[in-house]
Design a protein around this ligand. Sequence first.
Ligand SMILES: Nc1nc2c(ncn2[C@@H]2O[C@H](COP(=O)(O)OP(=O)(O)OP(=O)(O)O)[C@@H](O)[C@H]2O)c(=O)[nH]1
Ligand SMILES: [Zn+2]
Length: 352
Amino acid sequence: MSYDTMIRYGLSDAMIKEASLIEGLYIGRVLSQSKDVYRVVTEKGILFAEVSGKYRFQTRKLSDFPAVGDFVMLDRDLGDNGNGIIHQVLSRKSAFIRKAAGKSAQEQLVLANIDTTFICMSVNNDFNLRRLERYLVLVWESGSTPVVVITKIDLCEDIYSKFRAVDSVGNGVDILGISALTKEGFEDVMSYITPGKTVALLGSSGVGKSTLINWLTGQEAIETQGLRNDDRGRHTTTRRELILLPGGGMLVDTPGMRELGMWDSDEGLDMAFQDVEVYFEKCRFRDCTHTSEPGCAIYEAIRDGELSEKRWQSYLKLKTEDAYSENRDDYLKNKNEKFKSISKFNKSKHYR
Ligand SMILES: Nc1nc2c(ncn2[C@@H]2O[C@H](COP(=O)(O)OP(=O)(O)OP(=O)(O)O)[C@@H](O)[C@H]2O)c(=O)[nH]1
Ligand SMILES: [Zn+2]
């Protein structure tokens, strides 16, 4: 079977392998969702679909239901004879989960299979390192890789200082500067949105996410180009919808941080605060609580100005809220390769 279209939409070898074990069904990817109805792209076109009755009945956790970005197994690949039926969701490589207060069974999937998440922050009043730290944890937790995108750099005289500030909390994540006005940074952004890759945009209202999407899509989303479109009536692009760019990569807007809720384990936090945690093993006592013990490396680092008191307070605050990430090793491996090319731009153009 040929999967050319689906591969353009990010279908991985692992997913093809997983799907090959399931007989008589077709692969699709969820582009958008409206209540229980999913808009799904398949090898042959775009159709609407719903989960099967059995699926609905057997699924205990909300987050096991399909969401935007999921690859699903359907009973058909064209919508000529009514809505398709989704029987299965293929294993996710990353997932943004909305934490509901209380029971984990109520956790809801917001976005799946995101490769890179652009944390967008503008140079003006939106610029806030404490919030950025939270975003970083949230993204690590999802299993996708964060990239900090500083927007509206045309409004800032000293972009170098912004880069350094972000770098002080980013622990080596890639940092880009863009301006929709001067068209700066386009290539750097596009270097992440390559064929088969899915990039999500995260950031507060007004930082320029829609502007960036319009800029990258050249005003018009072309996801239906070369495909049958079984949509009745005209399709207009809405929030939280996968958009296929002319060059082959995909883009999706996310709801704000508040809508995504908080987190519930530790790994994302560890990843985002490596610069803090490096001191822990230097404390004199193995079980140091970093409060009043003699020989506490955290205390000494703050005293000597190596670690900022604010940074430590952020860590403590977020630690109680917890975080999670599974892709730490992958990231570190990739980063070393990617860093060579990307940071060249940042370092040469903005840092110095
Ligand atoms: N100077 C300048 N203004 C920009 C730039 N990008 C966006 N803006 C302006 O910032 C404002 C907000 O941009 P949007 O793209 O709507 O921001 P958003 O993040 O999509 O905001 P929400 O739709 O509320 O989520 C608009 O007035 C844009 O014209 C930029 O690069 N430079
Ligand atoms: Zn200590």
